[in-house]
Design a protein around this ligand. Sequence first.
Ligand code: SAH
Length: 261
Amino acid sequence: MPPVFKGIDDKGNPIGTNVTFWKAVKAGAKAPDGKPLWYKKGIQYWDGVDATDDGVLGGYGHVSSLDAQENAEFLNDVMGEHLEDAESEGEKLVSLDCGAGIGRVTGSFLIDHFDECDLVEPVAHFIGKAEETLGGESKRPDGHRCVNFFAEPLESFTPEPGRYDAVWIQWCVGHLTDEDFVSFFRRCADGLKPGGVVFMKENNAKDGFVLDTDDSSLTRSHKYFMHLFEDQLGWEVVKHRLQQNFPKELFGVRMYALRPK
Ligand code: SAH
């Protein structure tokens, strides 16, 4: 029997298990495009949010530099050597930033490590802002640049096969159903070069999951994520660790490095 996880809503009321919850989302109201209303509500929420660091981080824009610093350390621990070797062989290093918002993660960190950065984000005024600030010719001495700005949600996006050294997915998978989560990660695996790594950084609920009724997303626990990675995907979790020094009132935030098998 696969493990089941119990959920609560943001007022602390029990809302059943992951199995019954996703079944209800799937069987529930549909948008005109046939997708569960769940997704439309998520986009509607972000449509009304300012295209700023404070906006995409729910008022915590000031943690962005700490976030970027630990992202860089984690990337380096997991694949620093691989990136160095590839670079010294003249290879072009490429990253993909998923659910990229206004390009905060790319602009504060990925662009320092990858020659080319792509971004994918469904909300028009966010990806527009990302392109405005990060697009065009490189103004950097290292020549690194952002190449593609894809305006699409992850449940339908397919990364170009074999293009990426790293796929970075931060603070957005709460919007994906388990089914779409698993199939998106599988498409990410096809998007990797040999030796490439999928990274995910997410809030961790203490246990089970917590529904956010405002933005139509769900915060999964570490155990829930491990179940998706190991049991559902059959992937190797190469390394995971908690972000340090974030404000105490926030969920724990964990970085995962994943290798498809
Ligand atoms: N990763 C960025 C943005 C975090 S905010 C950062 O760390 O700065 C959450 C982001 O998820 C928003 O940009 C929102 O538009 C995006 N999002 C919402 N639904 C999504 C979906 N179905 N697929 C991909 N991204 C989604």
